[in-house]
Write a protein that binds this ligand. Structure first.
Ligand code: ADP
Length: 240
């Protein structure tokens, strides 16, 4: 059984004038790491927003679980809160302390996730004292702390330098393997998608035009011939 299913899903704005998605159909299996790639303005973020419940499809059928968490591009941290409090934000939004009752120990819940993303010892630091990569790590810890069924990432590494991106790729794969979450990630980089995903959905003309199953063993190395071959297959369709 797929955990996410889109059947002929379309999304338009302003009474059909602006199209974001047209007749898109795909399925994502539980535990899968799926990347959505495609040109800018193609409808990638719209798919994530529909899965997250931030947008509603105009027509078609969407099946998705309730407990979904999103990681935004720059971590989306509040500058006046420290790492631990920023990581607690998702929990606070879902389980606000009832009036007059003691606040639940959210710190105890988030600390293992701060540890998991490699920020143990940085709990009391503020965003201004963190690098771009560390901020994104806090965003991932926050998303994981609510124990989501599906983790959504919208171009999470696009503002980072190549070395930091590579480190975060490795950590994301480790976290995915440890937590067994379903991950849906938007990227505009073919190499990134081939390096991370079990399956790549290529979006073009506002719909899913092609799917690629990436059977390469992990860890994947960009300098290997099999990797270059997969990138070439995807690139051919991307620029067709
Ligand atoms: P991508 O993530 O692939 O860059 P998006 O899903 O953000 O693409 O957008 C797909 C298309 O839908 C774009 O052409 C965009 O201009 C349009 N779109 C997205 N949101 C809105 C909106 N709120 N109003 C009108 N058009 C929108």
């Amino acid at each position: 059984m797929p955990i996410i299913q889109f059947k002929n899903v379309s999304k338009s704005f302003e009474n059909g004038k602006d199209i974001a998605l047209k007749d898109a159909s795909f399925e994502i299996a539980e535990g899968e790491f799926c990347c959505i790639i495609g040109p800018s303005g193609g409808g990638k973020s719209t798919i994530l927003k529909i899965i997250a419940g931030l947008e509603k499809e105009t027509s078609g059928n969407v099946t998705k679980p309730e407990n979904i968490s999103m990681v935004f591009q720059s971590g989306a941290l509040l500058p006046w809160l420290d790492v631990e409090k920023n990581a607690e934000l998702g929990l606070a939004a879902r389980h606000p302390a009832p009036g007059g009752h003691q606040t639940p120990d959210r710190g105890a819940i988030v600390r293992p996730f701060i540890d998991m993303v490699g920020l143990k010892g940085s709990e009391r630091k503020f965003p201004r004292d963190l690098s771009g990569g560390e901020r994104q790590r806090v965003g991932i810890a926050r998303a994981l702390a609510v124990n989501p069924t599906v983790l959504l990432l919208d171009e999470p590494f696009s503002a980072l330098d190549p070395k930091t991106t590579e480190e975060l790729h490795q950590d994301l794969i480790r976290i995915w393997q440890e937590t067994k979450k379903t991950i849906v990630m938007v990227s505009h980089l073919i190499e990134e998608a081939v390096s991370l995903a079990d399956r790549i959905l290529l979006i073009k003309n506002y719909t899913i035009e092609k799917e690629f199953k990436i059977n390469l063993p992990r860890p994947r190395r960009e300098n290997e011939a099999a990797f270059a071959h997969e990138v070439l297959q995807v690139r051919r369709e991307f620029f067709k």
